[in-house]
Design a binder for this molecule. Structure first.
Ligand SMILES: *Cc1c(COP(=O)(O)O)cnc(C)c1O
Length: 390
């Protein structure tokens, strides 16, 4: 069976390529960079530069694309989360920058809606802050946020992502926080595309917003974009780029290489210049193909869902009814992952669904996915006989 190409560098290490129908997840390599991005990185690798100058220039590209006052290329969205909190705690005090992660004498609480707790929020406390939750797992009121803010509050954090509850919403969060003179920082790692989201959260009044560079933007996997208000962004720079100063900043382990900076800048420009309608249509046609191939199986309901259902692009979502006699969701995933090539799909037992995300599925791979899914779903759970092919 023809699968994805197997680059020699991976073959030498004994690492096989996989089909990624799970989205821009870190665990599967983020995204594939375009040839233009790789050429730019290759070129960047051929010269020494003053990294401060390069960071400042690249930051201007980030700021412009986000419609913000100042920007910076970071080592991913998580690194940006660390730096945002650090900046809110230290301000532009060299003494404070030097002192982190010891926060004595600084405001060091990060306020976050309980319903937005997630596996990435450790980055909010990495610089030495403490997380303070408000609301319940399901809901919150503006007065809950207001009550959680005190003299020790460094910032209010807000997380935007698929299936992450909005709570009181970003605009209301900004209103309440700003009334108490507290900045709002946003983790919007995987919220682009749509391209309009690059500027959207800044327009809503957020003080700093972070995106991954290696997800929908198609930059280096370990790069990210951070942009926001100039005074806070200058504090971010102090915490991360102590290149020509004796200060030891908390951001040193999160440096970005010249190749990654140039790669991300190139990816952003390609991303903002390209037509998202064309991109979306390609995902839709793969989704339609797979959905068509998986129709007519007893007890399997296949629906194409998209952004309106908090999905990343149009994708077939499979749900299972009583009439379904095939393998369980966990067994299906196990079989897909242990095949050759391994196929990773999204969805979970907890939500009772499998989703086949098309944003990282390369041309032709949708056929392999449909073949294998069809075989697995049409095979009986108990009877280990030949699958009855259509
Ligand atoms: C992916 C993700 C991150 C981490 O981003 P990196 O660029 O991989 O560091 C943080 N928060 C959310 C919600 C994410 O989806």
């Amino acid at each position: 069976m023809t699968g994805p190409v197997w680059p020699e560098v991976y073959k030498k290490l004994g690492v096989s390529p996989v089909i990624n129908a799970q989205s821009w997840v870190t665990a599967l390599g983020g995204s594939i960079m375009r040839p233009e991005v790789l050429r730019a990185m290759d070129e960047a690798a051929g010269a020494y530069v003053d990294m401060m100058q390069l960071n400042r220039a690249a930051g201007e590209v980030v700021a412009r694309s986000c419609g913000a006052e100042q920007g910076l290329v970071t080592a991913g969205c998580s690194a940006a989360q660390v730096l945002m909190v650090a900046a809110c705690m230290t301000g532009q005090s060299e003494h404070n920058v030097e002192q982190l992660p010891d926060t004595t004498g600084m405001k060091d609480e990060v306020v976050l809606f309980k319903g937005q707790r997630n596996r990435y929020d450790k980055a909010f406390i990495t610089a030495g802050a403490t997380l303070v939750e408000y609301g319940t797992a399901d809901s919150a009121r503006p007065e809950d946020l207001d009550a959680a803010i005190n003299d020790n509050t460094a910032c209010v954090a807000y997380v935007i992502g698929p299936f992450i509850a909005p709570g009181i919403g970003l605009e209301e969060t900004v209103r309440v926080a700003h009334a108490r003179a507290v900045p709002v920082i946003v983790d919007a790692a995987a919220e682009v595309p749509p391209r309009a989201n690059l500027t959207r959260f800044h327009k809503m009044g957020a003080d700093m917003v972070a995106f991954s560079g290696g997800k929908g933007i198609g930059g280096p996997q370990s790069a990210g974009l951070l942009a926001g208000k100039a005074d806070l962004m200058e504090a971010v720079v102090m915490n991360s780029l102590n290149l020509h100063s004796p200060i030891a900043g908390i951001g040193r382990p999160m440096k970005v290489s010249k190749e990654n900076i140039v790669g991300l800048v190139t990816a952003i420009e390609l991303f903002t210049d390209s037509d998202e309608g064309i991109e979306w249509d390609a995902w839709q046609s793969k989704a339609l193909y797979v959905a068509g191939r998986l129709s007519g199986i007893d007890g399997v309901r296949v629906v194409i869902e998209d952004e309106t259902n908090e999905r990343q692009g149009p994708q077939p979502v499979l749900r299972f009814e009583d009439a379904y006699k095939g393998p369980s969701i966990a067994e299906i995933k196990e079989q897909l992952q242990s095949g050759d090539p391994a196929i990773f799909v999204g969805g979970a037992e907890a939500r009772g669904e499998i989703c086949i995300v098309m944003v990282d599925v390369r041309d032709g791979e949708e056929i392999i996915i449909a073949d294998r899914m069809s075989d697995i779903l049409r095979s009986g759970r108990v009877v280990a006989e030949k699958p009855n092919r259509p």
